[in-house]
Ligand binder design. Structure first.
Ligand SMILES: [Zn+2]
Length: 503
C-alpha cells in the first residue's frame, strides 16, 4: 500500500470568449460538483463520469488516499489570476501538509490559460514537481481537448488522455491512470515521446463516433498492445491562442526508441487523415427550412447543433442567431436549448406560469455584434434546475442549473437556465416538461457531446454556424501567440501572417 495524494483543477480556456472564470465559478456546482476539499473527495464523485471518480474507484482499495482538492469551472475566457493563484496555492499547501507521499494523481483538463500565464497546467506541474522532488510518480489524466505542452510532459511522470468525444470514458481514463501509477510505483519511470501535428481540427470534426477520429483512437489502443505502457492522442482545443495549441500524440514505454516509434506512428496517422476532417456546415436559415420539411418526412426530430455558441467550448450559451432563424421561419414543435440567461429566468419566475412577458432575451455577455432577441413570450413552465442527468456523458450528475423557465413564442420553446451548461442531456428538457423525441426540431448549444444522449432519437443532425465564440472556421480568429507554421484549418494556409508578426 502506498500513500497517494489525489486532486483536480479543471478548466478549458477559450481565449476569444467574452467572460473570464472567477474563483466563484470554480467554487460553485453546475453540471459537475463544486469545489470539494479533504475527505469529501472520497465520496463526492461516486458514480459520476469524471476521471477522479474512476481513479478513486480503482485506487481506494489498493492505497492510502490523501484527498487534496478538486474543482472545475465551465469553459470560458482566461482564468482570473486571483482564482488560479488561490487554487494552485491551496493545492500546493495541501500537498506540503500531507507529509511523506509515494505518488500523486491529478485530474486536469489540460487547456487552462490564466490571465497571467499561458500554460496553466505546465506551471502547476512545475510548482508541484519543485515541491515533491524529481523522483515521485505524478500521473495526470487529461481531456481529449487538452492542449499539451512540453512543460506538462516534462514535469508529469505520465499524462493519460481519454479516447472518446463525446467523452463517455472520462471515468475509465481515471482507471487507466490508477493502473499506470501502480506500474510506475512498481517498476520506476518510463521513457516519454511527444509528437505534434501542425494543423488545428475544428471540434465538430473531432467526433470519435465517426472517422477519421474513430480509427485514430483505435490505433491508440492498439499501440498499447504493441508495446507502449501508455499511449495517448489529444486533438487539442483550437480557440486557445497559445503557442502550443493543437493535436499531440504521446507514448510512454520502457525504452526511448519504442516510445518514439509509437508516437511517430500515431501522429503520422493524424497527418494522413488531414483532408478528412471536414463536413457540411449550414447557415441558420437554410438549416431551419430543411429541418422543417425533413422532420415531417422522417417523423423524428432534426437536431441543429448550435456549435459556435457551445458553452463546452467557451461560448456563453446566450447568442440568439439560431433562435431568430427558428422564429422568423415559423418553425413548429421546435426547442431551443439552453439559453443561459439568469435575468430572464428571474423575470419569468416572478411573472409566473401562464404569464406573458415582453422583453429582449439573451446576448447579455457583450459579445461583439450580438444583440438580444425581442418578443412577447408565454411562460409555459418553471423549474428549480435541480435534477439528475440521465445521458451517458453527464452520467451520475446532479444538475444544479439554478432557476429555469420554458418560454414560448410561436411554435418555438426556449429552455432558459441560470447556470451555463452544455445542452447534452435529455433530462435538461424533461425538467421543463419537454419530451425530446416528440419534437420536430431540437436546436442544441453543443458541438459533439449532445450526440451521446440525442443521436439515438435524431432523424438527422445538422451542424449550424450561428454567432458564437467557438467558430468552426478558425481563420476568423486573430491568433497572436500561436506558433507560426500551424495551419488554422485542415489543409489550410499556414499561420504566421501580419497579425502574428506584429504581436
Ligand atoms: Zn473535451
Amino acid at each position: 500500500m502506498a500513500r497517494i495524494a489525489v486532486g483536480g483543477f479543471q478548466h478549458e480556456t477559450n481565449t476569444f470568449a467574452p467572460l473570464k472564470a472567477t474563483y466563484r465559478d470554480f467554487e460553485m456546482a453546475d453540471g459537475w460538483p463544486g469545489l470539494t476539499e479533504g475527505p469529501a473527495i472520497l465520496t463526492a464523485f461516486e458514480g459520476i463520469n469524471l476521471p477522479i471518480a474512476g481513479f478513486l474507484g480503482r485506487a481506494r482499495s489498493r492505497h492510502d488516499i490523501v484527498p487534496l482538492l478538486w474543482c472545475s469551472a465551465s469553459p470560458s475566457a482566461h482564468v482570473e489570476r486571483d482564482a488560479y493563484e488561490r487554487i494552485a496555492g491551496r493545492l500546493l499547501s495541501l500537498i506540503k501538509a500531507a507529509g511523506s507521499l509515494d505518488g500523486l494523481y491529478l485530474d486536469l483538463h489540460g487547456a487552462m490559460v490564466a490571465e497571467h500565464l499561458e500554460d496553466g497546467e505546465g506551471e502547476l506541474l512545475e510548482r508541484i514537481r519543485a515541491l515533491v522532488g524529481p523522483e515521485m510518480p505524478i500521473v495526470v489524466s487529461l481531456d481529449l481537448h487538452a492542449n499539451i505542452t512540453e512543460r506538462m510532459v516534462r514535469h508529469a511522470s505520465a499524462l493519460v488522455v481519454c479516447r472518446t468525444y463525446p467523452h463517455v470514458d472520462l471515468a475509465e481514463s481515471g482507471e487507466w491512470s490508477a493502473d499506470l501509477l501502480d506500474r510506475l510505483l512498481k517498476h520506476g519511470p518510463l521513457k516519454k515521446a511527444m509528437r505534434r501535428a501542425q494543423f488545428l481540427v475544428p471540434l465538430t470534426w473531432q467526433c470519435t463516433l465517426i472517422d477519421p477520429a474513430q480509427s485514430l483512437y483505435r490505433a491508440v489502443t492498439e499501440s498499447e498492445h504493441a508495446g507502449a505502457a501508455s499511449a495517448s492522442f489529444a486533438f487539442g482545443f483550437p480557440p486557445a491562442d497559445i503557442a502550443e495549441c493543437g493535436p499531440v500524440a504521446l507514448a510512454y514505454a520502457e525504452d526511448q526508441a519504442r516510445a518514439d516509434r509509437i508516437a511517430e506512428r500515431l501522429i503520422a496517422g493524424v497527418n494522413e487523415a488531414e483532408q478528412d476532417f471536414a463536413g457540411k456546415v449550414w447557415q441558420p436559415d437554410e438549416a431551419v427550412a430543411y429541418a422543417k420539411t425533413r422532420a415531417v418526412e422522417l417523423k423524428r426530430p432534426i437536431i441543429l447543433a448550435d456549435t459556435q455558441d457551445n458553452p463546452g467550448a467557451g461560448g456563453n450559451s446566450d447568442t440568439v442567431g439560431l433562435l431568430d432563424a427558428l422564429v422568423r421561419n415559423h418553425a413548429e414543435q421546435a426547442v431551443f436549448a439552453n439559453l443561459y440567461d439568469p435575468k430572464t429566468a428571474e423575470i419569468a419566475h416572478r411573472a409566473g406560469v401562464g404569464a406573458e412577458i415582453n422583453l429582449g432575451i439573451g446576448a447579455w455577455s457583450g459579445m461583439k455584434g450580438s444583440t438580444p432577441f425581442h418578443g412577447t413570450f408565454k411562460v409555459e413552465r418553471l423549474g428549480d434546475g435541480n435534477f439528475d442527468a440521465t445521458g451517458p456523458f453527464y452520467r451520475g450528475n446532479r444538475m444544479q442549473l439554478g432557476p429555469m423557465a420554458l418560454l414560448k413564442i410561436g411554435g418555438v420553446s426556449i429552455v432558459v437556465a441560470s447556470r451555463k451548461q452544455q445542452a447534452a442531456d435529455q433530462a435538461m428538457l424533461r425538467h421543463l416538461g419537454i419530451e425530446p423525441s416528440q419534437q420536430r426540431i431540437l436546436a442544441l448549444k453543443s458541438s459533439v457531446h449532445f450526440r451521446a444522449d440525442f443521436q439515438a432519437i435524431a432523424g438527422e443532425i445538422l451542424i449550424v454556424a450561428a454567432p458564437g465564440a467557438n467558430p468552426v472556421d478558425h481563420r476568423v480568429l486573430t491568433y497572436r501567440h500561436l506558433r507560426s507554421g500551424v495551419r488554422l484549418m485542415p489543409l489550410g494556409e499556414s499561420h504566421g501572417g501580419e497579425a502574428f508578426r506584429q504581436a
